[in-house]
Design a protein around this ligand. Structure first.
Ligand code: F6R
Ligand code: MG
Ligand code: MG
Length: 365
């Protein structure tokens, strides 16, 4: 049975500030999608949140980039924005960059990750959602999951994974893409994906079967809007078990927190802390950045789950380490490397300050 899994998300208003989603917003989204499910367009859905981002996880048989599915998500965000406006939530409708839907939500603000596949005998899926960071945050985890034998022992000892995986990498500034085969091209690939503000892993494929293994959202809101309108707060879908890495191999990268961009005003580096959905409440200095993981088994398109994968106690140490890293980064205050390099900051006063002080600069001797 061919199924499409679409995860479409947007920040349409925060409670309080940018720290959380209001329960009325989630209830409204649930109303919208349950109506459509009963009419048959959706096979199933799950509404959730990661911090201030509303997440629509949907299964259907319409394929990727389908106009009816994208319109459904768009209309749901519009209806939820109305609720956000009523409650005067912060930044109501902030990710909806256009006034009218034009066939596809890509490029209109919301983040999208979609994959179509033949549902396996047992179809295990992990949906990652992050807040206060950008799409490049998935580069290192995806590399570890699908190319690093120190993370994924299956690459070494499982016959059905030994061939490796193909990575589709997007250059979001030049709007170009390229495929790399792991393991033999990993050194070339790392030249690019090690610069995650520009090069992003969009998808991963099994080299033997050609099956889609992972897909991420690669929208860059700042590039779309040409000005700051919030961080991308990306999502990523990973298929697991069988010819794909095991659930434990898929989750393992997040046990060692890394620094990502997007904390406070989209202008700071901070640790990506794995948390339960309940704890996706970026609060300290509007952070630190969070990642949640919703696990599902699919049954003829029905979403059996979610299991809140990072609620597990084995991620306690990672959370502790992330908070220590947060402290260490905060010590730098307005200095790099906590503050992002000038060209990556989402907020800046540089042009105004520079203009005002222009006359006071004199040449070096
Ligand atoms: C939002 C974020 C926050 C905001 C900050 C200022 O993704 O990272 O840190 O940038 O709270 O928000 P505004 O400009 O909406 O008052
Ligand atoms: Mg927000
Ligand atoms: Mg957000």
């Amino acid at each position: 049975m061919k199924i499409t899994l679409s995860v479409i998300k947007a920040d349409i208003g925060g409670y309080v500030g940018h720290s959380e989603s209001h329960p009325d917003i989630l209830a409204k989204a649930d109303d919208c999608l349950s109506k459509v499910k009963s009419e048959g367009l959706l096979v199933d859905y799950h509404v959730t949140k990661c911090g201030d981002d509303l997440q629509l996880i949907m299964t259907h048989q319409q394929g990727e980039d389908n106009e009816r599915i994208h319109k459904l998500a768009w209309d749901t965000f519009i209806d939820c924005t109305e609720v956000a406006k009523q409650l005067k939530l912060h930044g109501a409708g902030q990710d909806l960059l256009s006034d009218a839907f034009s066939g596809n939500v890509r490029g209109m603000g919301p983040g999208v990750a979609e994959m179509e596949f033949e549902e396996r005998e047992a179809e295990t899926i992990i949906v990652y959602m992050a807040d206060k960071t950008s799409s490049g945050a998935w580069n290192m985890p995806l590399y570890k999951i699908f190319a690093d034998p120190f993370n994924t022992i299956g690459l070494v000892i499982a016959e059905n994974m030994h061939q490796g995986f193909t990575f589709e990498v997007h250059d979001v500034k030049e709007h170009k893409k390229i495929n790399f085969n792991a393991p033999e091209e990993i050194y070339d690939m790392l030249v690019f994906i090690g610069a995650p503000s520009r090069f992003m892993v969009k998808a991963v494929y099994h080299r033997g079967s050609g099956e889609i293994a992972a897909v991420s959202s690669t929208q860059r809101l700042a590039l779309i809007a040409g000005r700051y309108i919030g961080k991308d707060d990306p999502v990523c879908i990973v298929r697991s078990q069988g010819e794909f890495p095991a659930v434990g191999e898929v989750l393992e990268p997040f046990a060692s927190p890394i620094l990502v961009e997007g904390w406070m005003r989209g202008s700071h580096m901070g640790p990506l802390m794995p948390v339960s959905t309940k704890d996706s409440t970026p609060t300290r200095f509007d952070g630190p950045p969070r990642v949640t993981a919703a696990g599902f088994q699919l049954a003829r398109g029905s979403l059996v789950g979610p299991r809140d994968m990072f609620a597990d106690k084995s991620f306690n140490l990672a959370r502790h380490q992330a908070n220590e890293m947060a402290d260490m980064m905060r010590r730098h205050g307005p200095f790099e490397p906590h503050r992002l390099p000038l060209e990556e900051m989402e907020y800046t006063t540089m042009p105004q300050v520079m203009k005002r002080l222009e006359g006071r600069f004199s040449p070096l001797d």
